[in-house]
Design a protein around this ligand. Sequence first.
Ligand code: FAD
Length: 110
Amino acid sequence: PPDVEALGRSTWTFLHSLTAAYPTTATPEQQAEMRSFLNLFSRLYPCWVCADDFRAWMNEPGGRNQPRLAGRAEFGHWMCEAHNAVNRKLGKKEFDCRFWEERWRTGWKD
Ligand code: FAD
């Protein structure tokens, strides 16, 4: 349904903007707050199949998809990988995560 798409586009804008505004180096408190936010987000996102799959991706065995919250570079890259996991599932093109910051924070250098 189109509302899942509109909701998705708006939400990715919000989520990547959140990483763009994250501190270069986050304090333990800032990391704990963001961890709580992501856990709640993954339960409350109002597309239930999306939320379930996102939570399953984050909690994949081995812990390789656990949020990386030490600072902006790690968190921005992690969010890009999360978005790519959804892109793959939906058969969309993957985004080159080297460019997440140009897309969502600094603007393209051209
Ligand atoms: P979007 O995927 O919404 O992307 C918006 C813009 O972000 C793109 O135009 C591009 O400029 C940029 N971008 C693309 N990839 C990346 C990346 N990896 N990193 C940084 N920037 C990027 N839809 C479903 O049908 N089923 C689902 O299970 C589902 N799960 C979702 C889970 C979450 C957590 C979210 C937020 C959304 C989910 N969606 C799901 C919605 C889906 O991801 C898209 O938002 C929707 O299909 C619209 O896609 P779009 O092609 O307009 O671009």
